[in-house]
Design a protein around this ligand. Structure first.
Ligand code: ZN
Length: 413
């Protein structure tokens, strides 16, 4: 996964433009996503696809002719969606277009201006303090023209039309935890889903944040509302922070229950945030009133909770293979539990006679006890997650017992 992260990291992404297409092309080397192109000007609910932005070069020269910010060295140096510029700018005006963070003096901030025509440069505060007063030369070779917004989708048909939906966003330039990590883990999960026949249909979507998910929703509304039983927004999954969840707006959907169950067993005490307090990404659209998709956010250090957030310090050094793998394993567990999550009914009234089936043991036998516990939960009402919560075991450890009981004692309802 780190190899893929290294390949995706340098690309200068935005909500539109060649960077998004290059990103999707790299992901398509791993999984067969379908590319979609939506034209600038296309309306979606209260929004319109903006002009496509592409950046070819951007630099800022001080009065002595030194280049003090250069997008070739770090693509965070230029404000995303900066309009083309080629002119001299006086010192006071320059200040209005310079961005730095006094409390993080070595960090180049990540700034965008998608919907207000503007331009700007982002520099470390330390560098800015050494800027000399005078007239600066501004060169931004960019285009803001009618073009396309792109997203990628892979739908993997299962035995039922009911869907599990996994979304991640693909619009940030050169930041590792936010959001290369999400793309990498989602790609790996899609690979795993594609390896074997599944009960559920899976929908993987790689779209620019906000406008991309709004466009996606506007084009897939009916299917999403009809079919999605659980959804996950995968983001911020590469750093050292403990795995955590943000609940769906509803708060108690199947996605909430499975995430809570798996993280409870894998992590122990974990950050479990309410939607209204912690929402920040595409779940804002997917869970919004009238849509109400059962989407949970799975992440490690979320947004403002880690100091490198939205700066050049969010680089490849703060993510690791082990953390990406831990995130992948946890979400994969959630999918495995969803795949096995059914309700069962016991075929007999009272306890079945286990002895004649060779399934009886002394009351102290934990295996026997678990079998009998499961039987007491086979009432057609407890699904496997509820059963496992009641018994106090991870759902995946119940799987072999359920398989054994399914021979002639219980049946899925
Ligand atoms: Zn972000």
């Amino acid at each position: 996964m780190m190899e893929l992260a290294k390949e995706l990291f340098p690309i200068n992404r935005s909500i539109t433009g060649q960077g998004v297409r290059d990103t999707l092309a790299i992901i398509r080397k791993h999984i067969p996503i379908t590319f979609y192109c939506i034209s600038s000007g296309m309306p979606a609910f209260d929004w319109v696809v903006p002009p496509e932005w592409n950046l070819y070069d951007a630099w800022l020269k001080d009065p002595l002719g030194n280049i003090v910010a250069d997008a070739k060295l770090n693509n965070l140096h230029v404000v995303g969606y900066s309009e083309p510029m080629d002119c001299d700018v006086g010192w006071p005006e320059l200040q209005e277009h310079l961005h730095s963070l006094p409390d993080k003096p070595t960090a180049i901030p990540y700034v965008t201006s998608y919907y207000d025509r503007n331009w700007g440069f982002c520099v470390s505060h330390r560098a800015r303090q050494n800027f000399i007063e005078g007239t600066y030369r501004v060169c931004i070779k960019s285009t803001l023209e009618p073009g396309h917004l792109n997203y990628g989708e892979w739908i993997i048909p299962g035995q039922t039309d009911e869907e599990i939906f996994i979304s991640t966003y693909i619009c940030h330039p050169s930041m590792a935890n936010d959001q290369v990590s999400g793309m990498v883990v989602a790609t790996e999960l899609a690979k795993w889903v594609g390896l074997a026949p599944r009960r559920y249909t899976y929908r993987f979507v790689f779209a620019p944040e906000t406008i991309g998910s709004i466009i996606y929703l506007s084009r897939n509304l009916k299917n999403l509302k009809r079919n999605v039983v659980a959804a996950f927004n995968v983001c911020f999954v590469g750093d050292d922070g403990e795995l955590s969840m943000i609940r769906s707006r509803h708060g108690e959907t199947l996605a909430d229950r499975v995430a809570e169950h798996v993280l409870g067993h894998l992590v122990g005490v974990f950050r479990d945030d309410e939607f209204i307090a912690a929402r920040g990404s595409d779940e804002r659209q997917y869970c919004s009133p009238g849509l109400d998709l059962p989407m949970v956010v799975i992440s490690r250090s979320l947004g403002e909770n880690y100091p490198q957030y939205h700066t050049s310090l969010d680089d490849l050094s703060i993510i690791s293979e082990a953390n990406l793998e831990g995130s992948y394993n946890a979400i994969r567990r959630m999918l495995e539990v969803l795949e096995m999550n059914r309700t069962y009914k016991c075929k007999f009234l009272c306890e079945p006679q286990m002895g004649k089936r060779g399934l009886y043991g002394p009351p102290t036998d934990r295996t026997m006890r678990t079998r009998m516990d499961i039987l007491q939960c086979c009432d057609g009402k407890h699904d496997v997650i509820a059963m496992a919560d009641k018994i106090g075991m991870p759902a995946w450890e119940l799987a072999p017992f359920i398989e054994q009981l399914e021979v002639d004692l219980i049946e899925a309802t």
